[in-house]
Design a protein around this ligand. Structure first.
Ligand code: CMX
Length: 437
């Protein structure tokens, strides 16, 4: 070890007990606006973000513009021949709070189509990256590469910044991003996993249907894509991807910088990458059992092994929710209502984990919420339809999450929200406030 690293290791070892003691013994001590526990513990629960796009109630789950998930699916115009709505209509709803008519929805569909071409230089960037780069790194790089085309930044550089009207440039950038993210995600998928053979777009298709087509999926998967993108869109503003996007945009950075950063946050295993982890965990477990569906005892043992090795059970727990995530329930219902999928062994295992894991987590006694979140269920649907490259699942999440993040930063700019700048304190100051200086 280098001297610097050695010295640092000692300093960290010496410091850790101070932080642990502050959280354990003095977490409730108030610093004025927040407690010591909140200052150290990820600002949990502090009300200092404003959004009208969605609201997350700990017991009820998410509402998009005041509507529950079933209400949202029921209200929006459906793609002809499909049970699911247009993603484009949902974007209209998130931006305006109004349920669009079919005509208004189709106008967005056409607008997105006209902006959906991937720039050639983005393809060059993707192809220049090592092919074994994580697809989230590729996705993020592609997004930030397009920054040169930002209407906002180009107008800003040309001295055309106007506080009252600059939201229009943000709207243009966000709309262009929404139109391109599906095709870019599909390009990465085909380049990385399908022999670099690409499929031409079908001009007749909506965004969700087009994505299914571009990755080479069946007609049935078109509804999976529509459902998936809408379900993953927004979860109010405090989650890592939404908050990062908002934070970066608050410096008047454009949508490309902001959402690329949001994607980087989504790629963390405690956030969006959990859907990849869930599949890795379940697949490893099934492999160990030679592909058999386990007994309840075997499953309990595997869950305890994971916890005892200091890892989290992926797909379980939540920072805000205190019950089963309705996004989990919605996907579970999709599985139960889809012949073939309902009987699928991997779904049987996911169902079984739902029956066993909350009890194990409760007995373990750490997680405040022992119930499943969105990520516990999403991978099994993808796997069933043949999207088995689970390191890709967070890209799917990222295409959907853009709807919420980008609708939010459009409004942030329209309302002139300030640059974000919380105040930090030192550990010594916390100790003084706790009376243990
Ligand atoms: N398995 C094991 N331990 C868990 C746990 C889980 N699924 N969920 C929480 N805990 C632990 C925490 O690690 C924490 O332990 P320490 O006190 O040792 O640090 C303790 O329980 C208290 O945590 P919490 O207040 O209940 O949860 P947080 O708000 O700190 O964290 C989350 C929330 C989601 C990061 C956490 O529940 C977790 O790690 N879950 C597994 C990963 C996952 O599914 N993430 C996806 C969330 C949804 C999404 O963003 O996509």
């Amino acid at each position: 070890m280098s001297t610097l690293k050695e010295v640092l290791a000692q300093k960290i070892a010496d410091h850790r007990p101070r932080t642990t003691r502050l959280v354990k013994e003095f977490g409730d001590v108030s610093l004025g606006e927040a407690t010591i526990g909140q200052a150290i513990g990820g600002a949990r629960g502090i009300k200092c973000l404003v959004t009208d796009i969605s609201y997350l109630d700990p017991m009820e789950g998410i509402r998009f513009r005041g509507m529950t998930i079933p209400e949202t699916f029921a209200a929006l115009p459906k793609v002809p021949g499909s049970d699911y709505p247009y993603v484009e209509g949902f974007w209209y709803l998130l931006l305006t709070g109004d349920v669009p008519t079919m005509e208004q929805t189709l106008e967005v569909v056409e607008d997105w189509k006209s902006r959906s071409q991937i720039p050639e230089y983005v393809i060059d960037v993707l192809r220049a990256l090592p092919r074994d780069s994580h697809p989230m790194a590729m996705f993020s790089a592609a997004i930030v590469a397009m920054q040169r085309d930002s209407v906002f930044s180009n107008n800003y550089a040309a001295g055309k910044f106007n506080k009252m009207t600059c939201w229009e440039d943000m709207y243009e950038d966000c709309t262009t991003l929404m139109a391109k993210l599906g095709p870019i995600g599909a390009y990465i998928y085909r380049m990385k996993y399908k022999g670099d053979v690409h499929i031409a777009a079908d001009p007749e298709l909506d965004m969700g249907g087009q994505f299914a087509h571009l990755i080479g999926q069946s007609d049935e998967y078109k509804d999976v894509a529509r459902m998936y993108f809408i379900l993953h869109s927004d979860h109010e503003s405090g989650n890592v991807s939404a908050h990062t996007t908002h934070l970066v945009a608050s410096a008047l950075s454009d949508a490309y910088y902001a959402y690329s950063a949001g994607i980087n946050g989504l790629a963390g295993p405690l956030h969006g990458l959990a859907n990849e982890e869930v599949l890795r965990w379940t697949q490893n477990f099934m492999q160990k059992l030679g592909g058999q569906v386990p007994t309840e005892e075997q499953l309990k043992e595997a869950l305890w092994d994971t916890l005892n090795s200091g890892q989290v059970i992926p797909g379980y727990g939540h920072a805000v929710l205190r019950k089963t995530d309705p996004r989990y329930t919605s996907q579970r219902e999709f599985c139960l209502n889809t012949p073939g999928l309902a009987e699928y062994p991997l779904f049987q295992l996911v169902k079984m984990i739902f029956e066993v894991a909350p009890g194990v987590l409760t007995e373990h006694g750490k997680a405040k919420n022992p119930w499943p979140n969105v990520d516990a269920q999403s991978g099994v649907i993808q796997w069933y339809y043949g999207v088995t490259e689970y390191e890709y699942y967070t890209v799917l999440f990222g295409i959907g999450r853009a709807l919420g993040c980008l609708a939010n930063i459009t409004w942030d700019r329209a309302l002139g929200y300030a640059i974000e700048r919380p105040k930090s304190v030192t550990t010594a100051m916390l100790e003084k406030a706790a009376g243990i200086a």
